[in-house]
Design a protein around this ligand. Structure first.
Ligand code: SF4
Ligand code: SF4
Length: 440
């Protein structure tokens, strides 16, 4: 009876968690689809290479060795513990206990493999514990500057702490489960770490150990379900999105600035007076120069925003930020994601239709004009990002809109634009005087 109750409870909790997780991931997907189309499917081999090296191989992380090693502990631990989770899932749905162990118990090679695998999970879990404590220490005790910038106040810092504490909770559950199981079965499984830990519980009663094992088992599974549901609301979504984001990263050289087709067409018409302009489509929306809001950005910019890990490597390398300007490329990504969430929620509340809320991504509590103007377009943020995000691309699109649609530029820039238009150079000299320097 108790067995069937546990199975029902297990299935019920799983179904509820999967339902809410599905809603969360669907929301993220739908929001990304609000972006403009952009074809990023060329050169598939190069794209696979990027994904394997950068997302799977963590290549760019190793520019900074200590955090890279700590992150590697967490990453490998996360991947490897999924194997034990498979057994937890099978046990839960069938009402059995260590179903895989019992299936291979009498097959020496497979049993050794199983014990080796769970032992490596335990060793990885110890490394994850070290990594997690070190990350908490760096963030909250050492107060590493890039992890304590103003844009992280409030939810972002809580989010980072929540996940790190959740990691420790999951590790405690895994070790409670395995250690109690080992003590209950007099060490017959032979797992590496829990065979040592079980000595701490040698005088516990059978009932106490059973309760401890069940608490660990349920605690682990409920923690994993909670993680699954929470992930789409957290910066930790990068553990999934880093893979598509690196695959679909732009392959053009860094610093390449896309032409705007509307402008190219106008210039071509100006250069060739005999050309006939294409017939205007009366139903087409007016062209937009650059981007004013999230829907004007491409889906890849929006995927970037959801993939941002908020690590701040971009901000730490940004010369504008270093010299005390307000610009932080990390904040550009966070603001883009926050505005996208706001727009997505408004569309969902309005039956799938977007009603202009009179706001945009520029100002309104999001990216300020001051930040946009501070960017030197140096590309350092793009170079540093461990998951191939380009904050610069968003900055450029927003800045184009400010200048081309709002004529919003400082006086110095306006005179430079006029000089470019009249003299073909940023300086106030006539083209005829260009070679005067040679006569001096
Ligand atoms: S491109 Fe702009 S935002 Fe990026 S690092 Fe350089 S100045 Fe900072
Ligand atoms: S844009 Fe990249 S480097 Fe910057 S915070 Fe996000 S993940 Fe880190």
């Amino acid at each position: 009876m108790a067995k069937y109750f546990q199975i029902y409870l297990f299935v019920l909790l799983t179904a509820i968690a999967f339902y809410f997780a599905y809603r969360g991931y669907r929301r993220v997907y739908q929001n990304i689809c609000l972006g403009k189309p952009e074809d990023l499917t060329d050169q598939p081999l190069q794209r696979w290479k990027n994904m394997l090296l950068v997302a799977f191989g963590q290549k760019k992380m190793f520019k900074n060795v200590i955090p890279a090693v700590l992150h590697l502990f967490l990453y490998v631990g996360f991947l490897i513990t999924q194997v034990e989770l498979l057994e937890v899932f099978l046990d839960g749905i069938t009402g059995s206990h260590r179903i895989i162990y019992h299936a291979v118990e009498n097959l020496p090679v497979l049993r050794t493999l199983y014990v080796g695998l769970i032992s490596s999970i335990e060793i990885a879990s110890v490394l994850v514990f070290i990594g997690t404590v070190a990350f908490l220490w760096r963030r909250f005790v050492l107060k590493v500057p890039r992890l304590n910038k103003p844009e992280l106040k409030g939810f972002p810092i809580q989010d980072a702490a929540t996940i790190l504490i959740a990691e420790i909770y999951l590790l405690i559950c895994i070790f409670s489960m395995n250690t109690a199981d080992m003590a209950l079965h007099e060490g017959k499984y032979g797992f590496a770490v829990s065979s040592v830990l079980q000595n701490l519980f040698h005088n516990w009663s059978h009932t106490s150990l059973t309760i401890m094992e069940r608490i660990g088992w349920w605690g682990h599974y409920i923690g994993v379900l909670g993680f699954l549901v929470y992930l789409p609301y957290s910066k930790h979504l990068h553990i999934l999105l880093a893979f598509p984001n690196t695959y679909f990263a732009r392959l053009t050289p860094k610093g390449y600035v896309n032409n705007m087709p509307e402008i190219t067409r106008e210039i071509k018409l100006m250069m060739d007076p005999s050309a006939t302009p294409p017939p205007a489509d009366p139903n087409a929306p007016p062209p937009r120069f650059g981007a004013k809001d999230v829907m004007d950005l491409s889906w890849k910019n929006l995927l970037d925003a959801y993939t941002c890990t908020e690590c701040g490597r971009c901000t730490a390398a940004c010369p504008a930020n270093m010299t005390g300007k307000k610009l932080s490329p990390r904040k550009i990504m966070m603001d883009t994601r926050d505005r996208l969430e706001e727009v997505g929620a408004a569309i969902a509340a309005n039956g799938g239709v977007w009603k202009d809320d009179g706001k945009s991504l520029i100002e309104n509590g999001y990216i300020t004009i001051e930040e946009l103007r501070a960017c030197t377009t140096c590309n350092a943020c793009v170079e540093e990002c461990p998951v191939m995000i380009s904050p610069l691309d968003i900055i450029l699109q927003l800045r184009r809109n400010l200048i081309m649609e709002e004529s919003n530029a400082p006086a110095e820039w306006t005179s430079m634009f006029t000089n470019m238009e009249n003299n073909g150079a940023p300086w106030q000299f006539s083209q005829q005087d260009r070679l005067n320097w040679a006569n001096a």
